[in-house]
Ligand binder design. Structure first.
Ligand code: FAD
Length: 307
């Protein structure tokens, strides 16, 4: 029952100030966010790709209030692309972006987010890789899918994320699976009302399997974004039944969560992509990771008390 409370706190400015200032927070944050700057993250990229893993890079940040911040987000991604260019890793390192960080919620936000994300997609394509649009809360998704469709006209590899907990997602999956998209399926990490989303884990897991079957049987490229061991086995079975080869889908997990499993799947010959977040505006990302697993919160509180 703690999850929804933590998710509500993830949108509170007061909590943001309190938690960000706590002396031990940084130590716990490091487990999920292994760097604040491009200089700190490049060695992490080299280390993980050296182990046979692939990456999707997220410059943390969301819920901005001024267009200058959106431009700064765009520039942060462009700096990242410029730095990883020399590593010549191509599509082994792609980018994940949150359109809220590119100005989506500001006045004229749809056009602003599209204008800011396009140069990042272009820069990624120029070094042989691509961008995936993360899914945020349900009110943002029509705009996200429209931007995805627009970007795909010039960059068909552009990916997007769909969330199994939303009632709308089965229909979204059918549309995307039919048009050959790269689609990451996740359970969903935001606090959503009962009018739009399943609330029980069992229902969400069942929806995940139904939607994954649609993606696997479609013409696109499914990306299984989950740490759930049962869903990973189900995905392997659905891929086998759909006649997909190992390079016709991929697994994705978050940096710092089930790291042994990342290596095990890669060693089995699967494409395994690690979502690696970095930057200074880590509060929202970090709080969603606490909400997903009560043990993370206990670890966080214990480290504060034992300080
Ligand atoms: P769960 O049932 O939550 O977890 C299964 C097991 O995984 C747990 O028992 C535990 O062992 C482990 N685990 C899961 N989460 C944690 C954690 N935080 N700390 C420690 N162990 C954990 N959500 C969105 O709404 N939009 C996105 O764009 C988005 N992108 C994502 C990208 C990737 C690559 C991944 C992996 C997740 C993304 N998510 C996104 C988050 C997702 O919606 C879930 O909240 C998250 O993945 C937890 O669900 P699960 O499928 O791992 O299953």
């Amino acid at each position: 029952m703690l999850g929804p409370v933590i998710l509500a706190a993830s949108r509170s400015d007061r909590m943001r100030r309190l938690i960000s200032a706590a002396p031990v927070t940084k130590q716990v944050v490091d487990r999920f966010i292994p760097g604040e700057t491009v200089d700190q993250i490049v060695p992490v990229v080299e280390e993980l790709t050296g182990k046979g893993l692939e990456l999707t890079m997220d410059v943390v940040g969301e819920d901005i209030t001024r267009p200058e911040q959106a431009a700064a987000a765009r520039d942060a991604y462009l700096r990242l692309v410029d730095r990883i260019k020399d590593l010549e890793l191509g599509e082994r390192v792609e980018m994940s972006v949150k359109l809220s960080m590119f100005g989506q919620a500001l006045e004229g936000g749809h056009e602003l987010a599209l204008a800011n994300v396009r140069p990042v997609v272009e820069a990624a394509a120029a070094i042989g890789t691509t961008v995936t649009l993360d899914a945020e809360d349900h009110t943002t998704l029509d705009s996200m899918f429209a931007i995805h469709e627009e970007l795909r006209k010039d960059f068909p590899q552009t990916g997007c994320v769909i969330q199994a907990y939303l009632f709308r997602t089965e229909a979204d999956a059918r549309r995307l699976a039919g048009n050959g998209s790269r689609v990451r399926l996740v359970k969903g990490a935001y606090k959503e009302p009962a009018e739009v989303a399943f609330q029980q884990k069992r229902e969400i897991d069942k929806a995940y399997v139904r939607i994954l079957r649609i993606l696997m049987e479609g013409t696109g490229y499914p990306m299984i974004g989950s740490h759930d061991p049962r869903l990973i086995s189900v995905a392997q079975e659905l891929a086998r039944r759909a006649g997909r080869k190992l390079d016709e889908y991929e697994f994705q997990m978050l940096y710092g969560i089930r790291s042994d499993e990342h290596l095990r799947l890669a060693a089995e010959g699967h494409r395994m992509r690690v979502y690696t977040a970095y930057g200074t505006d880590w509060y929202g990302y970090f709080m969603r990771r606490l909400a997903e697993k009560p043990a993370n919160l206990r670890f966080f509180v214990r480290s504060m008390v034992s300080k």
